[in-house]
Design a protein around this ligand. Sequence first.
Ligand SMILES: *Cc1c(COP(=O)(O)O)cnc(C)c1O
Length: 467
Amino acid sequence: MTHTHIAGSLHADYSGIQPQWLQWPEDLNALDAKLWPRGTHRDDEGRVVVGGSTLEDLVAEHGSPSYFIDEADFRSRCADFREAFPGWKIFYAAKSLLTRTIARWVAEEGLNLDVTTMGEMRIALAGGMPAERLGFHGNNKSDEEIVFALEQGVGRIIVDSFHEIERIEAHCEAGGHKARVMVRVTTGVEAHTHEYIATAHEDQKFGLSITGGQALAGLVRCHHSPHMELEGIHSHSGSQIFETMGFEVAIRRTLKLAHQFKTATGVELPALDLGGGFGIAYTEADTPKPTGEIAEAFEEMIAHECRAFGLRRPELSIEPGRAISGPAGVAVYTVGTVKAVELEGNKTRTYVSVDGGMSDNIRPALYAAEYSAVLAGRTSDAEPVLCRVVGKHCEGGDILIRSVFLPGDIRIGDLIAVPGSGAYARSMASNYNQVPRPPVVGIKDGTSSVLLRRETLDDLMRLDVGE
Ligand SMILES: *Cc1c(COP(=O)(O)O)cnc(C)c1O
């Protein structure tokens, strides 16, 4: 193996296979605070402690792999948004992670909740979230879902098409309901994020286009509907956005639309929702802005645009999902095999196989999401080696972490902790290869409680009702 000097240390040559953003690690045992639940540290024996318990003890109790959610961290991120955005309504995006207990935490923290399906509505309500604090999203809501939402009295329905407007009106007429609605618009913003998670550019399935005129037509249509009370405009630009620039364009275009609506109807829209998408750190290379800074930038832009268009400041809301649930969650896996693969140019990539994979975190395979990892059960002074953490599924793309430095003495039985796993991991999990899905375990002050139990083979067998 060839060796090179970087920053004074002697190590293997990974040029060409080491991504540019991935730095040679100063200290493999260090825990970068921006990645982990607040207060995460190593104890005297080098074991990672989250929410007052070592991950080793938690795995001994709950098994591997598991998702551990630090309740205090989750709640503190709710509080961050509440405090940074005083007077705003904060809707936690249920799709990032939802159980009944989490719905309760969100309700207790004074936040509202975004839901998209019957399943999310039912779990939110079962967790004690009042219906009037729900925002109901979706580009293809079923009649059953619309009727249920109207009967329960959800706070707002975010309408996404003219067909949906007609369907809501019909159900309001039949059931004697009045629907409070917002109109989801596409602003044409090209948020700098992966194509599949950018949602405000024109050529995709969500919302009504501002530039095409459908957005204004939809707003006017809802305004004149005897069955609807129009709250205002909804815009969601995408996910994992780091620059407030994307939001700036969305703010300008939605308020310009509000101005056009006022010109057309003589009425000012009372509310504006700017969606979610606040980026979090999955690796050291990610640098999310503090919530307070985002809030300040938003306030400034909104004040500026309202002045420019002669509008009163609307009632404002945002919908963070991953920024609350993501950093609160840690996934823990157990190493099953370690394999050094020789590549061209005398390079070696170490494949570390764990007991989960794309069934419990599809994001790396789905949109090339990056993650980081550390050894959770011990520290090591071994030389860092460039690893690829892969799962147990029959699929070459079953990659959890494409590139990460781990200690060269990594071995079977080691625990690997992946921060940032609270959002969109369990909620997008599948049973690929008939693998039961891992549990979601809440942790707090050294105690743990199962929020969502581990699936069993019996669960899978029970679904299989064929002869
Ligand atoms: C997904 C989604 C969110 C939350 O996105 P995050 O990236 O988790 O903040 C908010 N609003 C809408 C409409 C969404 O579809």
